[in-house]
Design a protein around this ligand. Sequence first.
Ligand SMILES: Cc1cc2nc3c(=O)[nH]c(=O)nc-3n(C[C@H](O)[C@H](O)[C@H](O)COP(=O)(O)OP(=O)(O)OC[C@H]3O[C@@H](n4cnc5c(N)ncnc54)[C@H](O)[C@@H]3O)c2cc1C
Length: 532
Amino acid sequence: MAGGQFWNEIPKGCCWVGGILASVLGVLFLYRVVVRKRRRNGSECFKSMRTTKDEETRLANENGGGDFDVIVVGAGVAGSALAYTLGKDGRRVCVIERDLLEPNRIVGELLQPGGYLKLIELGLEDCVDKIDAQQVFGYALFKDGRNTRLPYPLEMFKSDVSGRSFHNGRFIQKMREKAATLPNVQLEQGTVTSLLEDNGTVKGIQYKTRTSQELTAYAPLTVVCDGCFSNLRRSLCDPNVDVPSCFVGLVLENCNLPYANHGHVILADPSPILFYPISSTEVRCLVDVPGQKVPSISNGEMANYLKTVVAPQVPPEILDAFVAAVDRGNIRTMPNRSMPAAPHPTPGALLMGDAFNMRHPLTGGGMTVALSDIVVLRDLLRPLRDLNDAPALCKYLESFYTLRKPVASTINTLAGALYKVFCASPDEARKEMRQACFDYLCLGGLFSSGPVSLLSGLNPRPLSLVLHFFAVAIYGVGRLLLPFPSPKRIWIGARLISGASGIIFPIIRAEGVRQMFFPATVPAYYRAPPVK
Ligand SMILES: Cc1cc2nc3c(=O)[nH]c(=O)nc-3n(C[C@H](O)[C@H](O)[C@H](O)COP(=O)(O)OP(=O)(O)OC[C@H]3O[C@@H](n4cnc5c(N)ncnc54)[C@H](O)[C@@H]3O)c2cc1C
């Protein structure tokens, strides 16, 4: 090529190459502007003040590039604890939560000591600090003017181990903040509308931002933690939900409970009433109302019910504060749901928290079960670096359903059985069972520490639960037959035993007899992690 020709050609080539470069840069610039704008207008990132995630990676993820290892739907108790746990283990986690403002609800306010131990295992124990949480050292049980203290058996633990009660929203906000401090956890506001499935494998989620933009995110594992009203669990389990009653919630101010730093259970008519501190100046009252309908709050029926039916059964020390709380009128209600865990193991997805399994909240066990499940899942996932083989992972994670059983089934069964025993009934046999249960717990020693350690999650042993339950029934029958059994008393005793069996056996059947009592005979118990 002659020199002149060369110099003639170069500028042409330069223009051509430069043009392409300029176009690419222009497109990239426009793309960044558009995506940034969409992001600013749309989904609100919880840690947007701290950092914003690389937009290119985000788009790659949306297009199935797999920027995340795990997607967590919902950042309530289970979702935020899970996001932190998996994030701490080095997973890239995307959490989509419908509302990142501090929740204000009457649920999840008393964490049992067994749940606190799980918080420690997960490194989340500081989430109960600086929220005015109160230590809880046990329960006090009231019936017909008598009462007894049932301390948690905490002698073998460090002094900070106890129950904790708090405002649920403050606790959740602390866990969300802690999860969001991890650079590999992205916490974003949005409502998940569906799971994205391909050939029976869940590949990710579709979600709507606050400005109604439809976005998608993909990951090899999606954990659905969208709570008790879950819309997404349908394809992942058999949601056999029962609503035996509702809780009516009030806050009592500046009053002293008869037993400081204790949960109080009143065996009232028609069903139990609970009191426990939720801050240094506030006491939560939860009144159980059987059935799915509660008296209307708006037309004053509820206030009337609380003053005429409930107030006469409230301990005198807190009666004035109770009436004042009714008069202040900030009355909230919540259905009490129970749902046995009945998963359809699905590649790419898992249920967790209330979306997966619920029990009556009388014994305050929901958060303990959720946190315990997270510990089980974390330990199962730890040996796996790659979660991409969805069918193999799904098969392996079937062991989760058995490994969680000792804790979950003990707490679930106790909650369901105790609720039934604690409800008032006109039936003589049920009355005897209720009284026998109160008197059995009043005996103290093993008779109170055994059931309390089951309830608190400190000793989750299903067999011990069944033994205590039938010991109560036999204690009731013994009292009926001694000193002189009459035909009527023998008949009531027989009905007491049959009633007790009718309470506990259906719950055990729903939990799964084999998984509950003989987990080691379930093949899934021994599943080894897929080799990859
Ligand atoms: C009246 C009552 C009292 C209770 N008291 C206690 C107690 O004292 N102690 C105890 O241990 N347990 C208690 N429980 C149970 C406890 O509240 C639950 O077990 C616990 O909150 C379960 O946590 P979770 O994360 O599954 O659900 P939640 O904590 O409810 O979290 C679900 C999250 O998912 C979000 N979400 C829902 N749908 C979507 C969606 N489509 N997209 C994105 N996000 C979504 C929600 O906004 C929410 O933040 C109580 C329950 C009730 C009903």
